[in-house]
Design a protein around this ligand. Structure first.
Ligand code: ATP
Ligand code: MG
Length: 510
């Protein structure tokens, strides 16, 4: 008999259970409604993409790509099953053919493996006089080498979705659509991070992207306005908008060099991460949360003093456009974002109740990304991604996480427990349950007949608002008995009266 075993969700991933899932639905539904009024439509994207897509866009040197992605080698369906020893020569021939036809990668790694493996196969096969034992060690090495073949594309679970949106924009030729292409998405993302409050390995984002020929600062401001309108509709309290401009390819490289030079001077006083970033990504040092680095970072050169005229004008106009929308913000020169594709406007929204993981949303402009991924150089873009887990957490912490399930009931609340007694009552109960549900009431119908006391006891424990009782007497009289469980009042009603009675009943939350 198989060993008894209980399974647990993998570290860093979690189940979202009722009643919390109702809050998630409300959040997502509100996003659909608010974003819809700004002319955004939903795009549904694949969960995995070619690894190369993220490496190119998010950036090879970022934490996300260098260590956080869940990456695996796919296996082409044309690859034969793993070979037994005697099948090695035939298997290697099959692999060579698949490389030639492009079904599996014909890259340097696979070509190297192929050459090595073919030499060994030639030396060892056929066995002839010798026995398998005499070759044992060499065959073991050969089987390891055969394992090195990359039997399909390298793919990754998406760590974010902007790259996918841009890939889809290019793939479907959306640059020919009129005006700005405005898309939103929602769903899970995957990053191998150290799990803690507000930080998971499977987490969720709601994001939006505006792509098109214009980079007008009014677009930046409107995207931010939409985001804040969404938070307002949810009654999120204490959200703070932080903004910055990180320049473009004309002015940022010079600033980054200057920053790097200054960082070299203070190198010895910095922690290991920041020391490494001096070479790989100096801007990210500004993002450091290490206590002892704060004083050093405050004295570093600031990008705002090194923007080119165009970037400065763009940033000034973004701020003016935010102002005319009545949006208040904090300028934060250290807001750089951890992804390579951002330029000019960057922004972040923090919310209370989240501890050190207090960013609920990050976003910015990424004008070069479409071109970088093979699309038209004329397409500009800006977008944001909200961390849904953190948004929900903040709503719950501030008491804005209650969900009413509609005009007449709290979420998950049960309007009617339909207790039936006697075999003849069951078909009538099934029919009535269906008519009640069609009318929008939440109904629990016992699947098997129960004793009266037990049935009504369950109705209580399920916190039903009403027990509707249908026994053979009621059936004969063409009525049902309705008991209001809050105060025990009971009366007999015809079906038509039952519906209006239930509709008029005050909601449990009132
Ligand atoms: P952080 O600085 O918190 O690591 P980030 O800069 O990596 O965030 P982005 O890649 O910009 O985050 O993603 C946008 C939003 O997604 C973040 O503001 C955050 O709310 C959320 N987020 C990012 N990583 C996680 C995670 N591992 N778990 C939960 N939410 C996350
Ligand atoms: Mg992060």
């Amino acid at each position: 008999m198989a060993e008894k075993r209980q399974f647990q969700a993998i570290k860093g991933v979690r189940d979202i259970l009722p009643p919390e899932s109702a809050l998630w639905n409300r959040v997502e539904q509100t996003a659909r409604e608010v974003f819809g009024t700004f002319g955004f439509s939903e795009i549904r994207l694949p969960i995995f993409e070619q690894t190369e897509l993220f490496a190119r866009s998010v950036g090879q040197e970022t934490d996300i790509v260098s260590k956080e992605m869940y990456t695996f080698v796919d296996r082409s369906l044309d690859v034969p099953p793993d070979p037994k020893i005697g099948e090695f020569p035939g298997y290697v021939q099959a692999i060579e053919r698949l490389m030639e036809s492009g079904s599996i990668p014909n890259d340097e790694t696979n070509r190297g493996t192929l050459k090595f493996v073919k030499d060994w196969v030639q030396e060892l096969f056929p066995f002839g006089e010798k026995t398998v034992e005499e070759y044992a060690e060499k065959l073991l090495h050969l089987s390891y080498a055969i394992n090195d073949f990359q039997l399909g594309d390298r793919v990754s679970m998406r760590p974010e979705a902007t790259a996918s949106v841009v890939r889809a924009y290019i793939q479907h030729g959306m640059q020919t659509l009129p005006g700005n292409v405005k898309l939103y998405y929602m769903g899970p993302m995957f990053r191998r991070e150290r799990p803690q409050k507000g930080r998971y390995r499977q987490f969720y984002q709601i994001g939006a992207e505006a792509l098109g020929p214009s980079d007008a600062p009014g677009i930046d401001a409107e995207v931010i306005e939409m985001l804040l309108a969404f938070f307002e509709r949810l009654k999120l309290k204490g959200a703070v908008l932080h903004i910055n401009s990180i320049g473009d390819k004309n002015c940022r490289p010079a600033y980054v060099e200057r920053l790097r030079a200054e960082l070299q001077v203070v190198r010895e006083q910095l922690g290991a991460d920041s020391q490494r970033r001096i070479e790989t990504n100096p801007l990210r040092v500004l993002d450091s949360k290490l206590e002892h680095e704060q004083g050093i970072i405050e004295k570093l050169p600031r990008i705002a003093d090194h923007l080119c005229a165009e970037c400065r004008a763009h940033y000034d106009e973004v701020k003016r456009q935010l102002g005319l929308r009545g949006i208040t913000y904090q300028k934060n020169w250290r807001l750089v974002r951890g992804l390579d594709y951002y330029m000019r406007t960057t922004f972040e929204i923090t919310a209370p109740g989240l501890g050190s993981q207090n960013a609920v949303c990050g976003g910015g402009r990424y004008d070069g990304l479409v071109e970088l991924l093979g699309g038209p150089a004329t397409t500009k873009g800006i977008g944001f991604a909200i961390g849904t887990d953190r948004l929900v957490l903040s709503l719950q912490e501030s008491g804005a996480g209650e969900v009413a399930g509609g005009p007449a009931r709290p979420a998950g609340g049960l309007d009617v427990y339909l207790a039936w007694f006697g075999a003849a009552a069951q078909p009538a109960a099934v029919g009535l349950a269906r008519r009640l549900r069609d009318a929008g009431f939440v109904v629990e119908l016992p699947a098997v007949e129960m004793k009266f006391g037990k049935s009504l006891g369950l109705a209580d424990r399920l916190k039903a608002r009403h027990a509707v009782i249908l026994g053979e007497d009621e059936l004969a009289a063409g009525v049902v008995a309705v008991k209001r469980l809050a105060d025990g009042t009971q009366q007999k009603l015809a079906e038509s009266e039952l519906f209006s009675y239930l509709r008029a009943a005050p909601a449990a939350s009132d």
